[in-house]
Design a protein around this ligand. Structure first.
Ligand SMILES: CC(C)(COP(=O)(O)OP(=O)(O)OC[C@H]1O[C@@H](n2cnc3c(N)ncnc32)[C@H](O)[C@@H]1OP(=O)(O)O)[C@@H](O)C(=O)NCCC(=O)NCCS
Length: 475
């Protein structure tokens, strides 16, 4: 009797803990945006209406919920029904002008299933043309016709819908500014929407079974739960798993570095292939600034709520806390930044520097580190007269257009301010537009501090761009 009472006590205690955890996460994430990419097979699962109910519940309790429904298998079956044969360039379907009306019909049909579910939960859904797309053009000599990629996520209209408590639904169709429809992979839409909306979380909901020890090769250090489920991963660990499973990742036709589909390869549907694609997508999302990416099993009742509101969760979480930082240069980084700068020095974009010169000015340099490895650098040199020169700014091409360069310059500008400088300048032969976009303006050689003017290489004819520090911020 006593033992039974004890058990009942434990049970209610664990419930209380669960409620506490739920409140903690509720207050932490309330008002933040979460994108849910749901693979098509999940909609065919008997638990699907409950999953939509859970999404509605989240929207009603103050989360900003965006749904990106996958429709691949449904599109396949609609095209087959109408006798339209798809051809592929590698893993990418070529959506012909004959196929696109059927692809639109299939994509909107899947989106409508969510609308139906949301209506039943008294939450407004909004299926809209929130995605501007552009065509892939001609790939490997093949006209991709109506197959497109994300050009832009129309965040203004999405935000208006979210502000009104609606759940926007983004089918796998985007439109060019001229109104031409394109079929765009829903993984890409989810990724772009997460980045553009500053989502704190991206959920990838699928029936893939997720990453598992035993099915996927992985280092021993990775934390696993019941049935070998990978509970949480840092991006570095995620990269290690991709590398350890490189053969099947390649077969899954993704580029491990960019995670983008590799045109010209065979679609990968090996066992264990989709979880690796999901991991690759999760890594790309984390690089785009999404703090947490969760991969959950759409068959499990309440999988999203458990993942969201409890520490252990129910799926796999890729987390990026302390994932990246800008820090001073260490001697051990010098070979890495030289490797970064070398092609640029050879092209004459950056002034030549050797390891010794960098070591001499080590304190001037800052590097951008992502999960333990350096992917961008820059330096601030002092020339007197309260002016500093920003130099040697370089970003690893694999990490281009992710704001690393801007953040390095921002950090160097902050450093200059702290040193009491009134102005920073840069000498550039190729990158004036970029510096202009950061607020720098062209200046005369005469405006340089005297010491710098004396060593100005007139043959190189670099342009001078300067930023006055009074009140200026890097955008
Ligand atoms: C210039 C450089 C540092 C930018 O790095 P980055 O990390 O990709 O930069 P960000 O992500 O902050 O900014 C990218 C944006 O700038 C644009 N951009 C990149 N290089 C540019 C250039 N040379 N001119 C104009 N715009 C440029 C990109 O198109 C992108 O635009 P978006 O806002 O539409 O996305 C990088 O391209 C590089 O290493 N260049 C060679 C070295 C160099 O020129 N250094 C400067 C001399 S000190």
């Amino acid at each position: 009797m006593i033992a039974e009472a004890g058990k009942a006590g434990e049970k209610s205690w664990s419930r209380v803990e669960l409620i506490r955890e739920a409140f903690h996460y509720q207050s932490r994430f309330e008002g933040s945006t979460m994108v849910f990419k749901v693979d098509f097979p999940v909609t065919e699962n008997p638990g699907f209406p409950f999953l939509v109910k859970d999404l509605a519940l989240l929207a009603r309790t103050g989360f900003r919920v965006v749904i990106v429904p996958g429709a691949k298998e449904w599109i396949d079956s609609v095209l087959a029904e109408y006798g339209i044969v798809s051809s592929y360039s590698g893993s990418i379907r070529i959506t012909t002008s004959q196929a696109i009306p059927f692809v639109e019909m299939a994509a909107y049909h899947v989106a409508a299933r969510y609308m139906t579910g949301l209506a039943g939960s008294r939450v407004d859904g909004a299926i809209g043309n929130f995605v501007r797309a552009r065509g892939l053009g001609v790939l490997n000599g093949l006209d991709m016709e109506h197959t497109g990629e994300v050009d832009k996520i129309l965040t203004d209209s999405l935000s208006r819908a979210l502000d009104q408590g609606m759940i926007p639904i983004l089918p796998c169709i985007g439109y060019s500014p001229a109104g031409k429809p394109y079929n765009v992979p829903s993984d890409e839409i989810a990724l772009a929407a997460s980045g553009a909306l500053g989502a704190v979380k991206l959920f990838i909901v699928s029936l893939s079974g997720g990453l598992r020890k035993g099915v996927h090769a992985m280092p021993d250090t990775i934390e696993t739960g019941e049935e070998g489920r990978v509970v949480r991963l840092s991006p570095q660990e995620g990269e290690m798993i991709l590398a350890a499973n490189a053969a099947s990742t390649n077969a899954a036709s993704t580029n491990a570095a960019s995670g983008k589909p590799e045109p010209g390869t065979t679609p990968g549907r090996l066992e264990g292939g989709r979880p690796l694609e999901e991991l690759s997508l999760a890594l790309r999302a984390s690089r785009a600034g999404v703090e947490r990416v969760h991969i959950v099993d759409g068959r499990e009742d309440g999988a999203i709520l458990r993942e969201l509101f409890s520490n252990l969760g129910s799926g796999t979480m890729l987390y990026t806390d302390e994932y990246e930082s800008i820090r001073p240069l260490r001697s051990s980084d010098i070979p890495v930044i030289l490797r970064l700068m070398d092609p640029l020095m050879r092209q004459g974009i950056l002034v030549r520097r050797g390891a010794e010169q960098i070591l001499e000015k080590k304190a001037d340099f800052a590097v951008f580190e992502i999960d333990g490895s350096v992917h961008a650098c820059g330096a601030l040199h002092e020339w007197g007269e309260a002016q500093g020169e920003i130099a040697a700014v370089a970003t690893d091409p694999l990490y281009a257009d992710m704001g690393l360069g801007r953040r390095v310059v921002g950090c160097l500008v902050d450093k200059a301010r702290k040193k009491g400088f009134r102005r920073v300048f840069v000498l550039t032969t190729h990158t004036q537009d970029w510096f202009e976009s950061l607020g720098f303006r062209e200046a005369a050689v005469d405006s340089l501090p005297e010491r710098r003017r004396k060593v100005y290489d007139r043959e190189r004819r670099s342009k001078i761009f300067a930023l006055d520090l009074e009140g200026q911020q890097i955008p």
